[in-house]
Ligand binder design. Structure first.
Ligand code: 3HC
Length: 303
């Protein structure tokens, strides 16, 4: 089996930058590619901040931070990924966009390069089929915040060869993560279970079951979750969750994957969660306060 030494990451948003940081910290030469300098700058800034936080908390040596930074490069040029041993794609959940990139890379990269998608809900088979290497295609699904969450779902589609799967699984371990095996069905394991739960929490708020704060507090204190569901929705990004739910609803045609009107309205109104400062909570103040008044959710919020 050819060894994985160089990692390419497509997309330098929340997930892509986290994946690039994790790969560089684990010792891989890593190239992160996005379409414009401002996006790359934002990604680089997030990585430096995260690495700094890990050093501050004593979880990473300053020398390891510097070594990780030294292994990382940023580019807008797709051609810079041509000699990578594995390419992990973390761009917007848009199959056409993803497949355009995969087709271009298929021309650039040698046949043994592994193509891996971090898609949260699209079918791996639909991307593998767009390339001339469906046997070298696999899903590698990470969790936000990538540097901290231990899990990676390694997704085998019908065309994935045993060698590719074994390499991807071993690579996830080499990244310092805990891999689990998932089959190629929309949502894999985690989102299949998590997305209906998150949508139900938004539904419960919409129906006046409880306040934002109490819904979150209940699941944190009653079930030991590190974040309540509305805080987690804000954390993942409301636009992202709505997009995932659309894809899953399309695939399964089950109401539990349909985003409730409140969530859809919030996204249309520009409430995208923590990343733009407003969601179920308003992050323009510290600590963040619930947005119940702005959202017109019926139970009066107490904090
Ligand atoms: N980089 C480095 N360090 C970070 C960090 C980052 N990006 N984010 C947080 N930290 C550190 C903090 O500095 C802090 O360090 P300390 O414990 O030594 O003081 C520690 O992590 C805890 O951070 P906070 O005190 O700010 O907050 P929390 O205690 O709430 O922890 C959390 C943050 C780890 C994100 C925790 O709340 C958590 O596990 N939340 C659930 C996240 C989750 O469910 N993710 C999955 C989402 S689903 C998904 O991604 C799939 C996709 O397809 C939708």
């Amino acid at each position: 089996m050819p060894e994985i030494k160089k990692v390419g990451v497509l997309g330098c948003g929340l997930m892509g930058s986290g994946i690039a940081q994790t790969a560089a910290t684990a010792g891989f030469t890593t190239v992160a590619r996005d379409v414009g300098a401002p996006l790359l700058e934002k990604g680089r800034g997030g990585i430096l901040k995260s690495l700094g936080r890990l050093v501050e908390k004593g979880k990473l040596e300053a020398s390891a931070r510097d070594a990780a930074s030294g292994r990382l490069s940023f580019t807008t040029d797709l051609d810079a990924l041509r000699d990578c041993d594995i390419i992990i794609e973390a761009v917007t959940e848009d199959l056409e966009l993803k497949n355009r990139l995969w087709k271009e890379l298929d021309q650039l990269c040698p046949g043994q390069t592994i193509f891996a998608s971090n898609t949260s809900s699209l079918t791996i088979a639909a991307m593998a089929a767009a390339t001339s290497r469906p046997d070298r295609f696999v899903g590698l699904h990470f969790f936000n915040p990538v540097p901290l969450m231990p899990l990676v779902e390694v997704v085998r589609t019908v065309t994935t060869s045993q060698e590719t799967f074994d390499q991807a699984y071993a690579f996830a371990r080499d990244l310092g993560k805990e891999p689990v095996t998932a089959t190629d069905s929309p949502g894999f394991i985690v989102n299949l279970l998590l997305v209906p739960y998150l949508l139900d929490a938004a539904r419960a708020l919409e129906h006046g079951v409880a306040t934002t704060v109490d819904l979150d507090r209940a699941m944190q204190l009653g079930c030991g979750h590190p974040m309540g569901p509305l805080t987690l929705l804000d954390y993942i990004g409301l636009d992202t969750v709505v997009r995932i739910s659309e894809i899953m609803f399309d695939a399964y045609r089950e109401p539990r994957y349909a985003a409730p009107p409140l969530l859809q309205r919030m996204v249309v109104a520009g409430f995208h969660g923590r990343k733009n400062g407003k969601g179920f909570y308003d992050y323009s103040v510290d600590p963040a306060v619930p947005s119940d008044l702005a959202l017109g959710t019926s139970v009066k919020s107490e904090r």
